[in-house]
Design a protein around this ligand. Structure first.
Ligand code: SF4
Length: 240
């Protein structure tokens, strides 16, 4: 890893506020003077994450906060969902006169977070991106550590770790896990995100953030209503 770090002058470490990027940040401590930490603020971040970033900003030499586009993306492309009925796409709405525009979660993340983050790093002349991606992650970019594209190299120091390695490392380092891991299985970028249902956001929001919970539930209700007819027809067809 040291060789790779030494080969670059402009290095960006992507920090999300989740346990993997937190472990990676501490693992890279000896290189902090060469790194710029990048955090994308979706505009709907958990206050717990904002507080953590505030603390990290005091520790590292450089931290850049990037404004995400979650609100504009949802206004333009619709609320994110894990299931998108055809009737709630732009063409579906135009043809059937529906009201709730829905987009898939990956497009929402790409438009709101990933593109703004990447654009900023490119603009800053970053040539090495350090990310806490692990091979054991269910959701990860389809590239490996060492991949190079358009003059940018990617380094994944935790590539061979799993969740238990991350938790053990943080414990050994005396670094506290963010509170949302009490209930949630993944680090959330947006409080009121109406997708990523497998993360268990509802119970955590209900307990700690009732206003965001109400907004979250209202979006889920809209998705439920939008999907009802398609699911009814689907159930009539399957095995029919
Ligand atoms: S976390 Fe959810 S709301 Fe935020 S950008 Fe991704 S899909 Fe959109």
């Amino acid at each position: 890893m040291n060789n790779i770090i030494d080969n670059h002058e402009k290095i960006g470490l992507q920090f999300s506020g989740g346990k993997d990027s937190l472990a990676m940040l501490h693992l890279m401590r000896e290189h902090w003077d060469k790194l710029t930490v990048y955090w994308l603020d979706t505009g709907d971040a958990f206050p717990e994450t904002v507080a953590l970033v505030d603390e990290i900003e005091k520790l590292v030499p450089r931290l850049v906060r990037i404004a995400g586009r979650q609100r504009e993306t949802i206004e333009q492309y619709g609320i994110p969902s894990d299931i998108v009925p055809a009737a709630n796409t732009p063409i579906g709405l135009a043809a059937k006169g529906g009201t709730v525009l829905i987009q898939d979660r990956y497009s929402c993340c790409m438009r709101s977070l990933m593109w703004p983050l990447h654009e900023q790093m490119i603009g800053d002349g970053i040539t090495l991106i350090v990310r806490g991606q692990k091979n054991s992650d269910k959701l990860r970019a389809p590239i490996k550590s060492g991949y190079v594209e358009d003059g940018i190299e990617y380094l994944f120091p935790l590539e061979d770790w799993d969740d238990s390695d991350v938790r053990a490392f943080l414990k050994d380092e005396g670094v506290e896990l963010p509170r949302f891991y009490e209930r949630m299985s993944a680090s959330p970028d947006c409080m009121t995100c109406s997708a990523y249902w497998e993360d268990g956001r509802g119970a955590y929001l209900k307990e700690h953030h009732p206003e965001a919970y109400a907004e979250y539930q209202s979006r889920l209700n809209a998705i439920s209503a939008a999907n009802a007819q398609a699911i009814t027809f689907f159930n009539m067809e399957i095995g029919g």
